[in-house]
Design a protein around this ligand. Structure first.
Ligand SMILES: Cc1ncc(COP(=O)(O)O)c(C=O)c1O
Length: 390
């Protein structure tokens, strides 16, 4: 398409949007009036708990909150985040310097490379992975280097196999456990290895823990900051989106190295003006209030996981039961391409799943199912899949 105003080179450098075909097929099906079951999006269908909504409603009435918030977040919110962190992970944080409020963790991920990456620097990112690590690297002029996540290694990157010439130019390493899209979890020994590796090679270690609270069967994911010495080289991203069903509210936080957070904060002061204070009060209510809502959400996702895993296995389709996240990552049963498979499920069953290759080349051969619809719809989806002939 010829444009009057061509996009900047950095937009052209982004990888092709591999979900476009599925999006198109989905829109077509919806237009036709088909009953589409969307197991594609990682957006909780459960509502935000009422006590959080109530706090927001009260705070929104107060004119003191109608003005610009502080860039780094209200100290009250950062104290609540630090206390929550201490209770959950046993890590003590200074709310003034080791906690930064974010407009959702995506915002903090997207802005971090701008603070530390120059053209010519490389950033190590997981493949398959949450696409923002790559986009953020490209926007900062850096070069993303993919770390493939293979099932044979529990979907953990093999850090020791990264060539030295790559490491010499590398400044940053993104990791994400519990992992989107593979749903893998990281043993604490791996986090310790990653911290030692980051220290040895002078890397900023960014651990995205957006799904830390969405774990099953009693499993409790660890924080990278629990590893000795991590605070000198690492930050960890947390999100209220998944934990409290607050995706639309846009609030999260980063914790860890004061030096790294100061760099991110510098960027933020120049591009945004913080989180609406009423939303921060809602966030405080979430972090300091009753936590039964989180336990209930976990139970709901666990039941859905069991239903999907049992259902797929009954069809003879191989699948591992994930220990965390609200995703199931399964090999394409006919061993064909993940895009063809996703297109076929949509065309023949009206079921949307996400092709693994959309998260990076190493995701090929897999597809992702989100556990974000109720059990009746999952049963309906499984019924439709049963009538597909492989
Ligand atoms: C791995 C991962 N990190 C971060 C995010 C961003 O979450 P938010 O910006 O809502 O906090 C998501 C959202 O899907 C995600 O999957």
């Amino acid at each position: 398409m010829s444009r009057r105003f061509p996009f900047a080179g950095r937009l052209k450098q982004l990888p092709p949007y591999l979900f476009a075909e599925i999006d198109r097929l989905k829109q077509e099906a919806v237009k036709r009036g088909a009953d589409v079951i969307d197991l594609g999006v990682g957006d909780p269908d459960l509502p935000t708990p009422p006590h959080i909504v109530k706090r927001m409603a009260e705070a929104a009435q107060d004119p003191r909150h109608h003005r610009y918030p502080s860039y780094e977040g209200m100290l009250l919110f950062r104290e609540a985040a630090a206390d929550w962190y201490g209770d959950r992970f046993g890590v003590v944080l200074d709310p003034a310097t080791e906690v930064l409020t974010l407009i959702g963790s995506k915002e903090g991920i997207a802005h971090l490379p701008l603070a530390f990456i120059d053209p010519g620097d490389t950033v190590l990112i997981p493949d398959p992975g949450y696409p923002v690590y790559q986009a953020a690297t490209v926007f900062a002029g850096g070069t993303p280097v993919a770390l493939p996540l293979y099932p044979s290694n529990g979907f953990l990157p093999d850090l020791e196999s990264i060539p030295l010439d790559v490491l010499r130019k590398a400044k940053m390493l993104f990791l994400n456990y519990p992992n989107n899209p593979t749903a893998a979890v990281a043993p604490e020994a791996f986090l310790a290895q990653a911290v030692a590796f980051a220290r040895k090679h002078q890397l900023i270690l960014c651990h995205d823990a957006a799904y830390s609270e969405m774990a099953f069967d009693g499993f409790r994911p660890a924080s990278v900051l629990g590893i000795e010495g991590a605070k000198e080289v690492a930050i960890e991203y947390h999100s209220l989106s998944k934990t409290y069903n607050m995706t639309g509210w846009r609030i999260g936080f980063a914790v860890g190295s004061a030096e790294i957070l100061a760099g991110l904060g510098r960027i933020k002061t120049n591009v945004d003006s913080g989180v609406f204070q009423a939303v921060q009060y809602a966030g405080i209510a979430a972090l300091t209030g009753p936590q039964e809502c989180v336990a209930r959400a976990r139970e709901t996702y666990q039941e859905r996981r069991d239903q999907i895993v049992q259902g797929l296995r009954k069809l003879g389709w191989p699948v591992e039961a994930p220990k965390a996240t609200f995703f199931v990552w399964a090999p394409v049963p006919d061993r064909g391409s993940s895009t063809d498979w996703a297109a076929r499920l949509l065309r023949e069953a009206g079921v949307v799943v996400t092709p693994g290759v959309g998260f990076g080349p190493a995701g090929e051969g897999y597809y992702r199912i989100a556990l974000t619809v109720g059990k009746a719809r999952i049963a309906e989806a499984l019924g439709r899949l049963a009538s597909l002939r492989l």
